[in-house]
Design a protein around this ligand. Structure first.
Ligand code: SF4
Length: 466
């Protein structure tokens, strides 16, 4: 059954179908976050049984999937500019089906189809499982389609692919455990475009993890907009801490990480997992966003600076070597220099291992876009430079403190530098580059750290663990 809220428009699809060979080429362009990357992976897995293999060249593609994100600035413009470039491809090869998904698609819906007549399918954030049937419908009818269901009909194993033998797996494999968010931070549109929180059943998550481990994954990255509130709407409810314990006990996973955590939902039970679950890596991404209580209130974050700092302190009593990273923004409407100093105070006090820092910018429909006074761009830039310079010093100092230690590193592949080195991560998530045979890829090795840089470490191979 197709969803009722489907839009149909004439298309430029020529009905010729893909080239003669049975393997059709799929080009995916993903904007934004890890959740989007997982959705793109889902599309890849879902279309593999339909005969699609991925290509890195859009000109060779039979199907182009653009997975959009509206979290970062100018997201819509970036999508428009990419679509502009794809117009030429569509003109040269009208059989190529162009699909736009993700948050911008959910926001703009049929407006995208009206503006870009050569787009064949616009699909909302909860419509991905419909993609194979929508593609067939476009091929049969030569009409463009919009599909924006208000709930995902299948969120279990079946949403991935009926044929798991065709899944490609990385050494670090992401697994989405929940969709959507109930928090309504005033600057964020995720709850509007991704909908309310929805947790997958533990048995479906475990089944997916088993398959990924069988296919060679060593580390599982549990993903959700706010994993800390996982499972509260399930029947029976289950805490995120208990899900982690289940994954550790019931599978042969070597390493577990997760992202993202809302500080207000970070429970003591979850903190204790860092002490009690050996497979859980000592690394936590805990976005604090701002240091001033006044700004945190305007952001609707529902914690204070003191509560955040107390949680960090407690976390370190359970696991003293835990690496903590965070997101922070400067220039939220109404932010003064005094508020900004509170943000700097938090950075000084926590000594984060890394920070993702941004200039605030209005997002269409987000409540903060209607908040005043706006902070001018010059002030935002000045604050951001000051903040990043402080954090760069802290990160470098922490990386240099690693020199002389021996760390277990999961080897993820060859270094991007292309100098024959391997690259991997320590349990704390630090990137280590070192020389060693390619046969170590996928294994845990012990590496002695010999240099610490701004963004990575250099090491010397000591021994292989398994
Ligand atoms: S927790 Fe806040 S920032 Fe994160 S997705 Fe939910 S609403 Fe957005």
């Amino acid at each position: 059954m197709m969803p009722a809220n489907k839009v149909i428009i004439d298309t430029q699809y020529d009905g010729q179908g893909p080239c003669n060979d049975n393997l059709k080429k799929l080009y995916i362009h993903t904007f934004g976050c890890q959740m989007n990357e997982y959705d793109s992976l889902r599309v890849e897995r879902m279309l593999a049984p339909e005969g699609y293999i991925t290509t890195s060249d859009p000109k060779k593609a039979d199907l182009i999937f653009i997975n959009t994100c509206s979290v970062r600035e100018k997201a819509e413009q970036k999508v428009y500019s990419l679509l502009g470039r794809l117009k030429r491809i569509k003109a040269r090869s009208p059989h190529t089906i162009i699909v736009v998904g993700g948050c911008v698609a959910q926001q703009l819906q049929e407006n995208l189809l009206n503006r870009f007549h050569y787009v064949d399918i616009v699909i909302g954030t909860k419509g991905i499982s419909k993609l194979p049937e929508l593609i067939k419908e476009v091929q049969n009818t030569r009409k463009s389609l919009g599909c924006f269901p208000d709930h995902e009909e299948s969120c279990g194993m079946e949403w991935l692919s009926p044929n798991t033998s065709q899944w490609k797996t990385e050494i670090v494999a992401p697994v989405t455990i929940m969709q959507g968010c109930d928090n309504f931070c005033s600057y964020c549109i995720v709850p509007y475009v991704r909908g309310r929180e929805y947790s997958r059943k533990p048995e479906d998550i475990l089944q997916e993890i088993e398959i990924l481990l069988e296919k060679g994954a060593k580390e599982i990255l549990l993903l959700g907009q706010n994993v800390n509130s996982y499972g509260k709407n399930l029947d029976p409810p289950i805490t995120f801490a208990n899900l982690i314990k289940l994954v550790a006990q019931k599978t042969k996973v070597t390493r577990i990480r997760f992202t993202t955590s809302h500080p207000k939902d970070l429970t003591e039970e979850l903190m204790q997992c860092f002490r009690d679950v050996p497979q859980l890596c000592p690394q936590l991404h805990l976005p604090f966003q701002a240091g001033s209580d006044r700004i945190l209130k305007r952001m609707n974050r529902r914690y204070t600076q003191k509560e955040y700092l107390t949680k960090v302190e407690k976390l370190r009593t359970y696991r003293s070597d835990i690496a903590i990273t965070a997101d922070v923004m400067v220039g939220f409407p109404g932010e003064t220099d005094e508020d900004f100093r509170e943000t700097m105070k938090v950075i000084e006090e926590v000594q984060f291992d890394g920070l993702f820092s941004f200039r605030y910018s209005d997002r269409p429909f987000a409540p903060s876009s209607r908040m005043y006074p706006k902070v001018d761009e010059k002030t935002k830039s000045r604050w951001l430079t000051e903040l990043q310079s402080l954090q760069a010093d802290i990160t470098l100092k922490k990386n240099q403190q690693e020199v002389g230690t021996s760390r277990e590193v999961l080897v993820e592949g060859e270094s991007k530098a292309g100098n024959g080195q391997l690259t991997g991560r320590t349990p704390q998530g630090r990137i280590v580059n070192f020389y060693g045979p390619k046969s170590l890829i996928g294994k845990i090795v012990v590496v002695k750290i010999i240099e610490g840089y701004a963004h990575s470490l250099k090491g010397e191979l000591q021994k292989q663990n398994n």
